[in-house]
Ligand binder design. Sequence first.
Ligand code: ZN
Length: 127
Amino acid sequence: MVKKSTPNPDLTTLQRTELEADLVQLKLDLEELLNITEANAQPVKLKDNAGRLSRMDEMHNQSILLANRNVTKNRLRQVLVAQARIGKQQYGYCSSCDENVAFNRLKAYPEAALCLQCQSEVEANQD
Ligand SMILES: [Zn+2]
């Protein structure tokens, strides 16, 4: 596979700047989300007066919260990878097939490392 080392020609300078700003903002949002939810991610403290049902509720809520935090952490990791790829002039190329990733896709998911085609193949293989 040939790794290109020039910016994706399908993206204008303006689009590129916009996506880089989106990534910075997304990173801040995700970090904030992790900070906000951090306190609640601590092990459930059982209250003496809590009934069995509310304890189960609490543990259930926490498992959802922890799953969401993992999704957020993964997305943050992808944002950091995307930012590193900008520096290497690899941003905007699919990291699997090297094709250009469409601006609309990057606008929706600035951290996307795969083109739509490769992404759907990955998702199909997961089923
Ligand atoms: Zn691809």
